[in-house]
Ligand binder design. Structure first.
Ligand code: PLP
Length: 454
């Protein structure tokens, strides 16, 4: 045994140190005691780095206490330039959505209560009228996410039967989740038709048998294929399904509610376009281009939607009151497209002019320079992310930090109290400003100066 190990202070002694007793003001005794034990354990493990004196021990124990108190789910500053960053929580919510969720969460609500009748109501009716009004669907309801909506749709309309899908639409939607694996869990049997690059109407028609319950059309939202390609649109599939007496299920994904072509984002159908194509159901995410909370939105015919609602599986996939409150308030903003573009954070980020983003980047760089940090500005391309507009590049600007070691600076930014997630390019740190809400400029400056001048 080395001298250091022999001379490690006893747990009881460490707990009596003034600095450690102060920690008890903010943390329960049990947690501080565990932190003391871990600090001693580390010193035993790595005697060379063991604290040398009381100040050293207090610091080591305080670091352990901080780590134990740190939340797992924490806000970060997204400076990646990817607007809908799935790893960073996709869409930030509009103020109106936050207020609605808070109002509903702080007390009791009409979640499953019909005020007029004075009796039990259904949570599935929330948002239904509003979604119908905004998209032209006959009926609508909300589940946990789009993947859940797909499983529920298939299980309701095609359990134990065949569903036809193009090989060009057997896609992976991220996090190693694949649409065909999700679909297989629904109880329906997939029948693949066509090839990766080309599928024709005749391929679908030839595959229809008495076992067929549905055709599934999966929107190619997160990739693009070019060249010798051909696919059959939902509006061309609808009459084929109708003639065969089967359902058309459209996994639409992105949830785009407004035409964004005025801002250079062209070629994507809106939810209303998808509904008018004539599918039995259109399924989409609430937290992608719609800019609301995580949810899966089902839009469709009265018969298909009510069958999905009545499926016992709907109970397992139901959303909570926070989601419904936030979603309803987000959807309300779409009654006036100008209001939506102004108030829905992801739409505000996507539609901000390149000049406005460049001006913010310049102002941020100037503030950092004044604080002694070498910061300049560079033009970048931001992306929509979240499996939407996969090839679109949105002109943007980034603050460039020229540092001695980009990897360690990047780690320091991520380790800050409010972590900053940027990217490294050419051994410099790029902080894309388009994805930083303008209200967070001060936060970004204080995080970067804090992390870099510590
Ligand atoms: C994103 C996406 C999904 C999954 O949506 P979640 O809401 O994340 O479950 C399914 N299908 C398509 C086409 C998508 O783009």
């Amino acid at each position: 045994m080395t001298d250091v190990r022999r001379s490690l202070p006893a747990i009881g002694t460490l707990l009596e140190y003034g600095g450690v007793r102060q920690l008890l003001a903010d943390a329960p005794r049990e947690l501080v005691t565990s932190a003391v034990r871990r600090a001693v354990e580390q010193a035993r493990h790595n005697p060379a780095a063991a604290p040398k004196d009381e100040t050293g021990w207090v610091h080591a124990i305080a670091t352990e206490v901080d780590a134990a108190l740190e939340r797992s789910l924490r806000p970060v500053i997204n400076a990646t330039g990817v607007v809908l960053h799935t790893n960073l929580g996709r869409a930030p919510l509009a103020m109106q959505a936050l207020t609605a969720a808070q109002d509903v969460a702080a007390g009791y609500s009409t979640l499953e209560y019909d005020l007029a009748a004075g009796m039990r109501g259904s949570r599935h009716r929330h948002c239904a009228k509003l979604l119908a009004e905004l998209t032209g669907a006959e009926d609508a309801f909300v589940v946990n996410n789009c993947a859940a909506a797909l499983v529920l749709g298939l299980n309701t309309l095609a359990d134990g039967r065949d569903v036809i899908i193009s090989r060009g639409e057997l896609v992976e939607i991220g996090g190693s989740f694949r649409v065909p694996s999700i679909m297989a869990k629904s109880g329906a049997t997939l029948v693949e038709v066509g090839t990766t690059n080309r599928t024709h109407a005749a391929d679908y028609q030839a595959a229809i048998t008495p076992r067929t319950a549905a055709i599934v059309s999966v929107h190619r939202s997160n990739f693009a294929i070019e060249g010798f390609v051909s696919s059959v649109s939902p509006s061309a599939l609808a009459p084929i399904a109708k003639a065969a007496g089967i359902s058309l299920i459209h996994d639409f994904g992105s949830g785009l509610m407004l035409d964004l072509s005025a801002w250079g984002l062209k070629g994507e159908p809106t939810a209303a376009d998808a509904v008018s194509a004539g599918s039995a159901v259109v399924l989409m995410s609430g937290d992608k281009l719609l800019g609301g909370p995580q949810s899966g939105i089902v839009l469709g015919t009265r018969a298909a939607v009510s069958a999905m609602r009545e499926n016992p599986l709907a109970r397992a996939l139901r959303v909570d009151k926070l989601t419904l409150g936030a979603l309803e308030a987000t959807l309300e903003l779409y009654r006036d497209p100008a209001v939506a573009v102004r108030e829905v954070p992801i739409l505000r980020m996507i539609t901000a002019t390149a000049d406005a983003v460049a001006a913010r980047a310049a102002a941020l760089a100037a503030r950092l320079t004044a604080a002694g940090i070498a910061a300049t500005v560079v033009s970048t391309d931001a992306t929509v992310g979240g499996g939407a507009f996969p090839t679109a590049r949105i002109p943007s600007s980034a603050v460039v930090l020229t540092v001695a070691n980009a990897d360690s600076t990047d780690a320091a930014l991520r380790a800050w109290r409010i972590p900053v997630v940027g990217r490294i390019a050419d051994r410099r740190i790029l902080l894309d400003v388009r994805t930083v809400p303008d209200a967070h400029d001060d936060l970004l400056v204080s995080a970067v100066t804090g992390a870099l001048t510590r």
